[in-house]
Structure formats: structure tokens, C-alpha cells
Design a protein around this ligand. Sequence first.
Ligand SMILES: [Cu+2]
Length: 320
Amino acid sequence: MKHIKGIRTRFHKLPFILAAAALATSVAMAGPAGASSWGTHSWTVQVGSESWDQAIQGMAFLPSEITVNAGDTINWEANGAEIHTVSFLAAGQALKPFNPFDPQQLGPVGIQSYDGTSYYNSGLMSNVEVPGFKVVKSYSLTFPAVGDFTYYCLVHGMAMKGTVHVQEEGSEYPYSQRDYDRWSHKQERSILRDGYRLTDSLADEATDHLVLAGGDDGVAMVMRFVQPTVTVHVGDKVVFKNPGMDAPHTVTFGTEPANVFAPSGDPTQFSGGNLSSGIIPANAGPASSFEVTFTKAGTFKYICALHDYMGMVGEVIVED
Ligand SMILES: [Cu+2]
């Protein structure tokens, strides 16, 4: 028994050693992503993530931390329909509430070499054309200086940040691009799972008189009204509630107003035409709800003016 066990142990170890050797070889030969210590390399970081139907959007840089060498370039690629930015703040600059509709608040965009102390910004990024915004699909930045540099998405603030660790030129890389990609895919799947779980729990809470306007857990965002179609009677009130922690939404009937931030119309007696909530912020107590009383029979379609291009739309059917 003892003898056999010994043999088994030895044979058990063998494939592992071979696999480790193969891995070491492939890492050393992997070019940009490998352990090669000369020349400059470029790396890829995904900005956001999403489900196939855009209903779930992830507030994350994938990977959120990356180690590169001085002289290397990082390419950030838009990976979701939701808008994000890659923004390095200047020394002493604080993260402020950001209005993506005001291009001036972006400051200078698109500069491609980072000095380690100034403000750098990608501009708004999305993997689709976003009505009303100028967006880019990728942003590249070269890092000449050694240091640890934190960056943010201005749209999602503290909820969405990343770090670039820059080592001396010629250092060994701790991880390959393939490692980062593998972790990113894993995190992407976990964000999606959280998003679907969140959608299910919103569906449990929703009624014909309570519509959940999106919802997020600080990383996964639901870009849908739950439920998108409700049926009520003339004189009934429907509450649209943003149950999330971060992402704002609107409830907008009729023509989208020029300023989606400002409420317009009278929600206490709605019989069709234009009515807009203005921004319904997340995590704001009573201000996170918008109540509409329907005074006429009909089918009233509405949108979230921020996220309708991802399919965040709904309708209220009012019966006599
Ligand atoms: Cu929305």
C-alpha cells in the first residue's frame, strides 16, 4: 500500500511540474504581455462591461489594477453602452459631481502622454454612438514616469476607479495581459450575475403601482424599468422609484426636454403630453421617487432620458 501510494504521489506531481514549465515558457515568449524586460509594451484595459442586451452595465475598469513599466502604453477600450471616462486628476484636485451634458466639465481630452501630476481625460467613452454626446471608443496613454497613479470615471465617481502601477523601465512584469484578461472575464461574469440577481429582486418588489427605475449595487447597474409595462386605472398613482446606490435615471413622457435635469409638467394630473421627472437620484430618500397620477385612459409611453438608447423605456396602460 505504502509503495503504491508513493508512486501515485510522484506521478501526481509530474503533470503539474510539466504544466508549470510550459506556463513559464509561454509567459517568457508571450511578447508584449510576457516577462520580457526590454522595449516598451502596450496593454489593454476594458472600460465598463455589459450584458448582450445592454440591460446590465458594469461600473468597473477591467482589470482595475495593472502593473506596467515606464514607457509603456495603456489602451482603454470602451466595453459597454453606458458612458464612462478615464480621468487622472491633477495633484490636489478633488473629484466633483460631474454633469456629462456639459462638455466644458470634461476639460482637455485625449492627451496621450502622462506626466504624473496633471489632469488627463479620455473624454466620454462608450462602445456605441450615444445621442447627444461626443464619445470615443478608445483612449491611449503612455506612462513615462514611475509611480502609482489612480484614475476615475467622472460619471460614476468613487464607485469606479482604477490604478496604474508604473515600475522602472526594464522591470519584470508580475502579470501578463493574458492573466489580466482571465481575471477580467471572471469579474465581468460576476458583475452580470449580480445584475441579474438584482433584476430578480426588483421584480419581486415591483407592482402595477410601483415601478423600479433601474437599480444598482454600486458596481452592477440595471438599465431597465421593472416592470416595463404596468396596468392601472384612471385616478391611480404610480410611483417610479430609483432603488439604486449610484446611477441616476429619469421618467420622461412625451418629448424629451432640452434640459433633462429639470422637472417639467404636472405629475399630480397627467392626461398625456409632456411630463418629465428631471433627474431621479439614487440613494436620496423621498427624492429618489417620482409619483404620477393618471387622469385619463390610454397607453402612455415613457423613457429614461439618460438610458433610453440602451432600451430603458416603459409604458403605463391606464384603463377606465
Ligand atoms: Cu436610466
